[in-house]
Unconditional design. Structure first.
Length: 367
């Protein structure tokens, strides 16, 4: 596609020739939030740019109020279930909207094939994507620049996203690499109202979000309940949250049923933005590897993160005071599996003692 494909390490682009950029990240909530430094770095180094995002519609809140983003375009996850004419109309409408923006640069930050098609259909001067091994000629020829993938599993995804900019000549400064998440005034008001109703002051509580959309990332309910009782037994206020899904609320119900003390339970009552606003007012966040953990890091709340099969070097709390808690007796982790043997239950989390988590909480509270 591109005349004279760029493949070498010293082929930066001239940002003076670029007016509009489209950053594409079609993944889950946490993945999208971890792209937020890309927008900040682009704007800091080239303030004249108009920078747009393309994400799934349900992840829009992760970037909604980002000061460096001019417009957010979305793809509905439900489009696949539509009739052929209805889906075609949605796709054509999106493509028309994107074409009207006349992007000179596209930055694609996943393996999703839509990025390759867009690089061709939008006629960008430059297009950047990960250089996945084994990809077809169609993928490789769709982009002007392919950035290298990490040689091991110890590079954080926030840095991996920023490698797309390094590949085209932008070197992020340390202070530019932080996550950005701005809840917005409506979400701030909702969080404050809920805390006021519960009689809890700002910085007067620990926010515990024990759930994930993936059950194999979760700590057992009984252990979580014992942690809550230990914290509340010494005078800490604990606020529990979870997504509105039946699975996540069911886990929280089981936790509460096992508690001798009664934490404030706000499960299913918060939007993503109001969840972020609530977390920003906590003295500490405790949770598993999930989007709310990344949200806590983005709003600057210290994080205790429990990790099982997933790797904390890639997915841990980013640029915030934190303690990662993981099993010391399972050398097989992180395995990246959906539970041991693919059985949806992770022994490295099932056996993780609450004393180890409590010690991490104490360590951060003492800072």
């Amino acid at each position: 596609m591109f005349r004279g494909m760029h493949s070498g390490p010293s082929d930066p682009i001239d940002f003076a020739t670029i007016r509009r950029v489209l950053v594409v990240k079609l993944r889950h909530h946490g993945d999208v939030l971890l792209t937020s430094p890309v927008f900040a770095v682009l704007k800091a180094h080239a303030p004249h740019l108009e920078i747009d995002a393309l994400v799934y519609s349900d992840t829009r809140e992760m970037l909604e109020h980002h000061p460096a983003i001019a417009a957010i375009h979305t793809v509905g996850r439900n489009w696949r279930g539509l009739s052929a004419p209805a889906r075609l109309a949605r796709e054509f409408g999106l493509l028309s909207d994107l074409r009207r923006r006349k992007y000179e640069l596209l930055i694609h930050l996943s393996e999703h094939p839509r990025g390759a098609w867009l690089a061709r259909l939008l006629g960008c001067c430059y297009a950047v994507a990960p250089g996945y091994r084994g990809r077809t000629r169609f993928w490789r020829r769709s982009f002007s620049h392919l950035f290298a993938l990490p040689l091991n599993a110890r590079r954080h995804m926030a840095e991996w996203n920023l490698d797309s900019l390094r590949r085209i000549g932008l070197q992020p400064e340390p202070g530019e690499r932080r996550l950005t998440l701005i809840p917005g005034s409506e979400a701030e008001s909702q969080a404050l109202d809920l805390l006021s109703t519960a009689g809890i002051s700002e910085r007067g509580f620990i926010h515990l979000h024990p759930a994930s959309r993936w059950a194999f990332k979760c700590w057992p309910a009984a252990r979580t309940a014992r942690l809550i009782d230990s914290l509340m037994g010494r005078g800490e206020q604990v606020v529990l949250t979870a997504a509105p899904s039946a699975e996540e609320r069911g886990l929280v119900d089981e936790i509460v049923a096992n508690c001798a003390h009664r934490p404030v339970n706000l499960s299913g009552r918060l939007s993503l933005s109001s969840l972020a606003a609530l977390t920003a007012r906590a003295k500490l966040f405790v949770g598993v590897d999930s989007a709310p953990m990344h949200m806590a890091a983005a709003v600057g709340t210290p994080v205790v993160a429990l990790f099982g099969p997933s790797g904390e070097h890639e997915w841990g709390p980013w640029m915030v005071p934190n303690r990662v808690v993981s099993s010391l007796s399972h050398p097989c982790r992180p395995c990246g599996r959906d539970g041991c043997g693919g059985g949806k239950v992770s022994d490295c989390l099932e056996t993780l003692p609450e004393a180890q988590v409590l010690a991490a909480v104490d360590a951060l509270l003492a800072v």
